[in-house]
Ligand binder design. Structure first.
Ligand code: 2AM
Ligand code: CA
Length: 266
């Protein structure tokens, strides 16, 4: 399949950063040292990947602004375009030698996400999309799953951990969802969770407490695969709210309703 020049730039950058992450992941798997050891090593791997992405993307499109996990916001001369980049989504998995992590790159034009790439180097799965052009995994066209009953669905989620998010709220959400679905999964990379929904592997997904770079690419991927997304209030402010509820048209609506059901309704 022929890719646009823009998507090519994004794919090349992701593959290059992916090779760097893969080498470091191989090392992490062989490390038998204290927590501090691999932890530091992983932050270095993370920064190295971000450096590569920053260098490659700014070389190909000088002047575009950036929002990156490590570097934060970087202004550009071009006020129409912004890269939203997570060099390593699923850091905890990476640190533990679990091959579920990804690089996530989204391009925003005038505030709208127009192109996105998510790459899992450990599984060599490359997700690409452009607004209006469909969603792909390794050049295979993606479509969200077609199930229409929550009881048949496998739903992904994120679990807030030590010092993060509202644990009580999450337990209510989980209690609501698990009572209505076929299975719940927790993969640990929001970008890949969204990619899996786009690919029809999971029927839906919800998580709160996220950052824009965790989800920007995945949101477009899901829409281009025929899926629906909202924030936890049913609005379209996912990036600002840091929350997402995703699925096909029917499941997205049903999942949002289930997640938000008050405790007293049970
Ligand atoms: P990360 O691996 O890049 O940190 C896991 O639930 C998801 O939440 C991952 O996509 C993870 O991204 C994201 N996340 C965002 N902020 C986080 C934080 N402070 N700690 C752990 N996960 C975080
Ligand atoms: Ca992340």
């Amino acid at each position: 399949m022929a890719r646009s020049a823009l998507l090519n730039v994004m794919v090349q950058a992701a593959m290059k950063a992916g090779r760097s992450l893969s080498r470091d992941f191989g090392e992490v798997q062989n490390l038998q040292v204290s927590m501090k050891g691999p932890g530091d090593y992983v932050s270095q791997a993370d920064r190295k990947a971000e450096d590569i992405l920053f260098t490659e993307l700014s070389k190909a499109r000088p002047g575009y602004a950036f929002l990156m996990e490590e570097r934060g916001a970087i202004k550009g001369d071009d006020d129409q375009h912004r890269w939203i980049v997570d060099p390593l989504d699923g850091t905890t998995n990476f640190l533990h030698g679990i091959p579920i992590f990804s690089i996530s790159i989204a391009l925003e034009r005038q505030g709208q996400i127009v192109a996105a790439v998510i790459y899992n180097p450990a599984m060599d799965e490359l997700y690409t999309t452009e607004r209006g052009g469909g969603a792909f995994m390794n050049d295979r066209r993606l479509r969200v799953a077609g199930r229409s009953k929550l009881t048949d669905c496998v739903i992904g989620c994120g679990v807030p951990h030590l010092g993060r998010g509202h644990h009580g709220n999450f337990l209510v959400e989980l209690r609501n969802v698990m009572a209505e679905v076929s299975g719940v999964r927790r993969m640990g990379s929001a970008a890949l969770d969204l990619a899996y929904v786009a690919a029809g592997r999971m029927d839906g997904f919800w998580e709160t407490g996220l950052s824009a770079w965790d989800i920007a690419a995945g949101l477009l991927l899901i829409r281009e695969a025929g899926g629906f997304v909202s924030d936890m209030d049913g609005g379209q402010d996912m990036l600002e709210a840091g929350s997402v509820v995703a699925g096909n048209e029917v499941i997205q609506r049903a999942l949002l309703k289930a997640v938000k059901k008050p405790l007293s309704a049970r």
